[in-house]
Design a protein around this ligand. Sequence first.
Ligand code: NAD
Length: 380
Amino acid sequence: MKIGALKEGFEGEARVAVTPSSAGHLMKLGHEVFVESGAGARAGFSDDSYRAAGVTVLPSAAELIRSVDVVAKVRQPSEAEIGQMQPGQTLISFFYPAQNSELLAQAKEQGITAIAMDMVPRISRAQKMDALSSMANIAGYRAVIEAANNFGRFFTGQVTAAGKVPPAKVLVVGAGVAGLASIGTAVSLGAQVYAFDVRPEVAEQIESMGAEFVYLDFEEAQDGAATGGYAAPSSPEFREKQLAKFRELAPQMDVVITTALIPGRDAPKLWTRDMVEAMKPGSVIVDLAAERGGNCELTIPDERHVTENGVTIIGYTDFPSRMGAQASELYGNNVRHFMADLTPKKDGVIQHNMEDDVIRGATVTRDHDVTWPPPPPKIA
Ligand code: NAD
């Protein structure tokens, strides 16, 4: 089959869905690989580097879409992109079907097979295709780098001839994939790291990384197990305890990284105005939940601003794109692993097996049908 990557149209997006290296793997599956000219430029992959890897470079999006069986993208498709596709063609990209019902309807009308990388079931077998996790890992790392870049002091403690420097105190709120990456990065920079999550089962993991889990004095533990490992909304009593603890910590913390999310909901507001006002001048907040409204009350999505009391608040929503080369490599690998499952005989022939939990889970439209939401996966 012919697989081609489009240049991302979203402003500022640096990622690309196929890299010269992932193209090589796709060819080993028996596929021919194409890219739109300039698709990899912002991630540091020139047209020539694709050609050297055996990829055919096509001059425009229209020509690429006309020439391939599978269109690969990072960001959700635009109406114009779907509109140019033909029945029987496959699209593979982030899609977010729950938030994009009109795009879903259009993909159905158009008769294309749409594979949503955000819908890959989070089961062990599919970890290599889990683009949500690979991007969250980058976001968590980059959040600490942005924080360090905006913090006027060392992260690590030092004893120098010119004076003693205490380590920075970093609080990470939410210890999912992104939060754990932030914890690991901040610990490796030498900071004193504290972390909190409503799922108590992550305490051990946090402590094993050299950070301190912030315990609440609360009898009824929150149990994420009933929600498949994801967080459920907290009770008002629990939330009060949590906010009281954060109020106590706010004046002591130099850096706060918030990553708390509950699937399908707006981000819970956990870092309130009074907490920001209680922080020391020069402190930094990085709100990784900005795209879903932010965990901090004062976050402005896509912006960095400094409050009157000198706290920098970063609400960027493009952390993976800020590391475009790395993010493209990992996303490209997620896509080519998915393509490997679609090409079981490595003969360049796609077998779209809707009995397979992973393929079924990620397929959101097929044969003029909306196939989202999928039935729950059989294997955990
Ligand atoms: P997420 O992005 O949905 O949420 C981030 C974190 O915020 C979660 O840890 C959540 O518990 C926490 N949170 C929510 N409300 C909070 C609050 N009020 N205060 C503090 N923290 C709060 O999470 P994610 O990174 O996508 O991962 C969530 C789950 O999915 C985890 O159990 C993880 O182990 C699991 N997972 C499994 C796989 C796999 O098996 N392949 C892959 C990735 C993630």
